[in-house]
Design a protein around this ligand. Structure first.
Ligand SMILES: CC(C)(COP(=O)(O)OP(=O)(O)OC[C@H]1O[C@@H](n2cnc3c(N)ncnc32)[C@H](O)[C@@H]1OP(=O)(O)O)[C@@H](O)C(=O)NCCC(=O)NCCS
Length: 206
């Protein structure tokens, strides 16, 4: 029996559970705060307040299935404090080069490609069909959304969210806490946290 607890009970969690299943986990539970449902798909949903200790004591593996980066960080840091065994999940249809390093709690989804020389931090999501090219340094709790691409030698600071279909050109640095709106194309370094949109990317107030 291979057991995993996935924190959260959202649609994103269902995708994480599918990856867990493909990685040989046959005992899967979701854990949510004040859950309104007992089951998500075919897996049970437990209550974080009353049930988390049980799964910690029974040495389940853990991963956080929460899209919001701030909450994902908070929940993973709590699990770390509790001494949980936090795992990395890689979809078998993702392509990860031999020397890529990946932090704990990171989930790599189907069709993602990560090329040689790249380091991915902890608690990241490299989402469906995203690509991270060679020699990138991706910080902690970064989300590279569905179909987003970073070219060679890109640095992405902690907590950044590269929205769906966004592109970061080669040799670009993004500082921490940058949100790229859907379809943004970054061609110059970004040194100020905040929201950016358009082609080429511009800081936006909305
Ligand atoms: C940026 C975003 C969060 C804005 O959502 P919102 O707060 O609901 O804002 P609105 O849709 O009301 O748009 C506000 C303005 O920004 C513009 N805008 C919204 N998204 C934009 C984008 N991606 N690029 C450029 N402009 C954008 C809108 O046209 C609108 O402009 P207007 O005031 O001139 O009409 C959203 O469009 C987005 O990009 N989300 C990313 C979703 C994503 O990546 N999910 C991950 C899936 S894996």
């Amino acid at each position: 029996m291979k057991s995993i607890a996935i924190m959260g009970a959202s649609g994103h969690c269902k995708v994480v559970a599918d990856i867990a299943l493909l990685n040989g986990y046959d005992d899967i539970v979701f854990i949510d705060k004040n859950p309104e449902i007992d089951m998500l798909g075919e897996y049970p949903v437990a209550d974080e307040d009353t049930d988390l200790d049980y799964y910690l004591q029974h040495h389940y593996d853990f991963v956080v299935g929460i899209g919001d980066g701030k909450i994902r960080r908070k929940v993973q840091e709590h699990l770390e404090e509790m001494g949980a065994d936090i795992v990395t999940l890689i979809h078998p249809a993702a392509t990860v080069a031999y020397d890529v390093t990946i932090g704990e709690g990171t989930v790599i989804m189907a069709g993602a490609v990560i090329n040689p020389g790249t380091a991915i931090g902890k608690g990241c999501i490299i989402n469906t069909s995203a690509s991270v090219d060679h020699d990138n340094v991706i910080g902690d709790y970064v989300h590279v959304s569905v179909g987003s691409h970073t070219a060679g030698t890109v640095k992405v600071g902690d907590n950044c969210w590269l929205g769906i279909g966004s592109i970061v050109s080669n040799n670009i640095d993004l500082c921490e806490d940058v949100f790229l709106c859907a379809g943004t194309v970054v061609v110059k370094n970004i040194e100020k946290p905040g929201k950016y949109a358009g082609v080429p990317a511009r800081f936006v107030p909305f």
